[in-house]
Design a binder for this molecule. Sequence first.
Ligand SMILES: O=C(O)CCC(=O)C(=O)O
Ligand SMILES: [Fe+2]
Length: 335
Amino acid sequence: MEKLVSSWYKNKSLPESYKFPPETRPGNLLVHTSKTIPVIDLVQNRADIVRKILKSSEEYGFFQVVNHGVPEDVMNGSMDVFKEFFEMPAEDKAAMLHSEDPRNRCRLSTSSANYAWEKVHHWRDKLRHPCLPLQDCIKHWPEKPIRYREVVATFSTEITKLGLRILELVAEGLGLESEYFEGKLSESMMLSVNHYPPCPDPSLTLGLSKHCDPDLITILHQGDVYGLQVFNNGEWIGVEPLHNALVVNIGNLLQIISNDKLKSVEHRVVTNSRVARTTAAFFISPSDDSIIEPAKPLIGDVSVYRACEFKEFMLHYLPNLENNEVVMKHFKLQA
Ligand SMILES: O=C(O)CCC(=O)C(=O)O
Ligand SMILES: [Fe+2]
């Protein structure tokens, strides 16, 4: 089993296996700071919120929300336990590294899901576990730090509520019934806690290479350290960390259901040499057997995509995750 970056990175130079080829490495880390994704205040006139969410989802595939209702102490408390988790001694974390039990659905890993066959490794460690239904999942969550289960359960319950609220606003904006995404379509929520230690050469490597998320929406708490970049109009733009804001992005499945009206946009993570960056991404997804297809009222003259089960989507997504065009083309009706 591969070793976590956080257990060996200190006083090391960047290993060859982490150096991306020139065309995909970030190189110059300066990106447009004048351009960034929209920030939407969720306490304002509902029609304005809906309009802004739709516009941002069409143009950027991304937006940030403020006044979102998730209490500040819950957000901060969770970030503290996530950081504490990655600061624990390697032995404490190792217990979770080698689980042979497929039902042990809490996984600690490094780089991407493709570590064994990827050409270049990513400067990232990741703790991943499902969050719904909470009562079934929580017993598989880390037992250390001792506050982990209690604090993360509260955070996850708040994010579930916010996610459903955002999906309801999206449904309204698309002209679908408000409950369109309720039930099986949003039954599952996976949490990825990403940890990007300080990196000896951020210009040569990535914390996470470009990808789209294979879900409906992702809600990300990116903390106070910069690193997330979004591809927009042929260039990378940085997502400014705003205290207490949450970043929301449209996943591949919402692009399909909206018949290409909303965009699932490629994003990546750059590292820095000064401080560790810890982020929490909640992926809201359907049950495995849910049918994913353009919503009937949005088809008009042309359905861009064929119907597929979510598990079929995932089977095709995983081996192609760095090439979103290939992923989406497989489900398109016209080549
Ligand atoms: O850590 C971040 O800023 C983004 C993480 C992300 O894109 C992902 O986990 O899919
Ligand atoms: Fe992502």
